[in-house]
Design a protein. Structure first.
Length: 290
């Protein structure tokens, strides 16, 4: 039996940075009949916080890992060390909702990567404030919901969104160029669960037309930023960024085209890191274990 056929888990944790954490986690895994395949850790000296991600598999190829049992046993260590932790089974495929407006390049990229199993998630629904993506959702046999949003119905629209999140039991919401600002209430309620792709290399050029701003400033690099959504517009913890080089001869339309390529790859990388449990929040920043 190959490693990918064996029962695996992923442990993520954060706690006050003290001695012996790695050794205690490793001993715990051994006691539970698990062997560690990946281990990443980082100690933040500014916050005096320790972060860790461990991927482990069962030594016994016959028995599957009892996630609930291991989670309950690990609570003893967590309480003692004041840890925040999660334990995930790699057999459970995360469910996500994708939200989009009229630009569908990021949506199409994610749909293709899921189809080819490059991205191991289940897209349980596509939500938009326009109807342009309806046929695309139909082609991939994914439920599509159009929720129109305006200044008068924003509260009602977000209640409809929440109903769909609960209906599909979605773990995360991906804003794949969804051009509406979510309320403070939604942003805070789903903190660390909403990932946005911003068509700019944040914190520069915030707002709706960053490429026009960049073009006017004669930039030589354009970029994209994937970040968690917070109540502060485009200022959430950054997960992934990348850039493309442009010159004085690059037109604003060519700049947009180049930017779309960057947006696609940056959003994919961010979602992949999230579903592989590689992203840990560190106040207004992130720890991303590669």
């Amino acid at each position: 039996m190959s490693n990918k056929d064996k029962s695996e888990l992923i442990l993520t944790l954060s706690c006050p940075d003290t001695h012996g954490i790695v050794a205690e986690v490793a001993s715990f895994m051994t006691e539970q009949g698990l062997t560690i395949k990946e281990s990443n850790q980082f100690g933040d000296t500014e916050t005096d916080t320790f972060f860790m991600r461990v991927k482990a598999l069962s030594i016994n190829s016959i028995n599957k890992i009892d996630i609930n049992k291991i989670r309950n046993l690990f609570k003893t260590i967590a309480i003692k060390r004041n840890m925040t932790f999660n334990i995930y089974s790699t057999e459970e495929i995360p469910k996500i909702i994708i939200m989009v407006s009229k630009f569908d390049h990021c949506l199409m990229d994610l749909l293709y990567r899921v189809k080819t199993e490059e991205l191991k998630v289940q897209i349980v629904g596509i939500i938009s404030n326009h109807n342009e993506a309806a046929n695309l959702a139909k082609n991939y046999n994914i439920p599509f919901h159009c929720i129109e949003v305006n200044k008068d119905n924003k509260s009602i629209a977000e209640k409809s969104l929440e109903k769909l999140i609960h209906k599909y039991d979605a773990e995360a919401i991906i804003l794949a160029r969804y051009m509406q600002i979510l309320s403070k209430e939604i942003s805070e309620k789903y903190s660390g669960k909403i990932i946005n792709i911003h068509h700019s290399f944040l914190p520069s050029f915030k707002g709706a037309s960053p490429y026009k701003q960049a073009y006017k400033r004669g930039v030589k690099l354009i970029g994209a930023t994937a970040h968690f959504v917070t109540s502060d517009l485009d200022e959430g913890p950054i997960i992934e960024q990348d850039v493309a080089r442009v010159t004085h001869a690059t037109s604003s339309s060519d700049m947009v085209a180049a930017g779309k390529d960057v947006e696609r790859i940056v959003l994919f990388r961010a979602v992949k890191c999230y579903v592989e449990r590689r992203v840990l929040l560190n106040k207004n920043k992130t720890i991303v274990f590669n």
